[in-house]
Design a protein around this ligand. Structure first.
Ligand SMILES: C[S@@+](CC[C@H](N)C(=O)[O-])C[C@H]1O[C@@H](n2cnc3c(N)ncnc32)[C@H](O)[C@@H]1O
Length: 314
């Protein structure tokens, strides 16, 4: 009896009913509710206090803002009474005006964001630096990669890229011809408890993989060490399924002789046309090649390229 009286008392006030109908539809701040109802803060706050006391509101603090929502009871007299009230609000002229005003308030919310970005425009790139989000963006983009893929990492070395790929959930076959590198990679994977990586000892020119065994093949800073880079690209193409990707990263042609001794390179980088001809000979589609300036604070480094292509379906 007591609850029923409270239900009727609460719903007897048209402002509270209007507020509840609005807050059932949309979470709103007090100011927004004032705008829709066309009432001063003192009145709106008083009604909100009554509704909160009845346990009908959920609030969420966001900094200095508090947002309210109608927590519609699951069952019981409050629920039954609200169903009745809500049904009677259909075709109610005040309710229709409230819905229109709510639409305007929501448009104003969107307009505030839009006008902020309209004002900022291209300066956003300078502003965004406050987020320092380079790594975050790279991580977000990596989520677009299908985690079901299997990739061969040719010349895996210490397995730095294989580990990155495994962290994304990809299955990796990591190949290298140096047993010391294989051991180093194995230790790295074990230390991180990385799963899904299989190490295979073998030559880039005769990869220890079956035809079409993997979805993609990657060789990062490996071609420059090989006696025959074209042969390695042919091998990578053989091991990927039709439609699979072959990606190579290496230096563009340069004159840094010191790299022969210090980094053990055989080739001083590559011409774009050379890379294109190796992709063509491997029956890959024409590669997309992008060149990036060398980036090192301590040494003058040549540019690098990323070349990628798909194995044609035939
Ligand atoms: C510069 S390291 C790059 C390692 C790794 N891809 C990275 O980016 O950190 C080159 C690697 O290629 C391997 N390698 C060189 N010639 C190879 C060949 N003919 N077959 C297989 N691996 C080879 C080396 O043992 C070495 O681990």
């Amino acid at each position: 009896m007591e609850t029923l009286q409270k239900v009727f008392k609460t719903f007897a006030d048209p402002t509270r009913v209007r507020a509840l109908a609005l807050l059932e539809q949309q979470e709103l701040a007090v100011q927004e509710l004032m705008d829709v109802l066309g009432m001063a803060q003192s009145r709106v706050s008083r009604h909100l206090a009554i509704l909160r006391e009845a346990g009908l509101l959920r609030d969420r603090r966001d900094g200095t803002y508090v947002f309210y929502r109608f927590a519609v009871p699951e069952a019981g007299p409050w629920r039954d009474a609200w169903e009745l009230v809500r049904a009677s609000l259909q075709h109610d002229a005040t309710r229709e005006r409230d819905v229109a005003a709510l639409g305007q308030v929501m448009q104003a919310r969107a307009a505030r964001t839009r006008s902020f970005f309209d004002a900022v425009g291209p300066e956003w790139d300078a502003l965004r630096k406050v987020f320092n989000d380079d790594a975050l963006r790279a991580r977000a983009i990596s989520r677009l990669v299908d985690p079901g893929l299997t990739v061969v990492d040719v010349g895996t070395g210490t397995g730095i890229l294989a580990a990155e790929l495994a962290r994304l959930g990809l299955r990796v076959v990591a190949v290298d011809h140096s047993m010391r590198m294989i051991d180093a990679a194995r230790s790295k994977f074990a230390a991180e408890h990385l799963e899904g990586i299989e190490l295979r000892h073998g030559e880039a020119g005769a990869l220890p993989l079956a035809d079409r065994e993997v979805d993609a093949a990657l060789a990062h800073m490996v071609l420059q060490h090989l006696p025959s880079p074209g042969e390695a690209i042919r091998e990578m193409a053989r091991c990927v399924r039709c439609g699979g990707a072959v990606v190579v990263v290496d230096f563009v042609r340069h004159e840094h002789e010191w790299m022969r001794q210090e980094l053990g390179v055989t080739w001083l980088g590559f011409e774009q046309t050379e890379v294109e001809s190796w992709f063509r000979d491997a029956h890959l589609e024409p590669p997309l090649i992008q060149i990036y300036a060398g980036a090192s604070a301590s040494r003058d480094l040549p540019g690098t390229f990323i070349a990628s292509a798909r194995r044609s379906e035939s």
